[in-house]
Write a protein that binds this ligand. Structure first.
Ligand SMILES: [Zn+2]
Length: 96
């Protein structure tokens, strides 16, 4: 991956959360969260158990889906949801 294609302020090797559906089953990423503690989550949008969680790097997420760069500016406490792969992202603040 070209370095100029990495738009996140965090380092490419920053650990982030994804789920087994995205990583192992090629499901689209439909839920992206930038948690208030700084963690990124890139999930398929379904419900998850702890066993479904996978930890990979931001660079690996972009290898899976380069369009995640569109969400690199999500602020702490914001998350984005999409209904399907083709619909627009809707950004919201998390309720406290
Ligand atoms: Zn999932």
């Amino acid at each position: 991956m070209n370095k100029s294609n990495f738009l996140f302020a965090d380092a490419p090797d920053t650990a982030c959360f994804t789920c087994c559906h995205v990583l192992d089953k090629n499901k689209p990423i439909l839920y992206v969260s930038h948690d208030e503690d700084g963690y990124w989550q890139f999930l398929c949008g379904k419900n998850h158990n702890d066993e479904d969680a996978r930890i990979i790097s931001l660079a690996e997420i972009l290898n899976i889906d380069e369009t995640m760069n569109d969400l690199a500016e999500l602020d702490y406490g914001e998350y984005a949801e999409a209904e399907n792969e083709k619909s627009d992202w809707i950004v919201r603040y998390k309720n406290k």
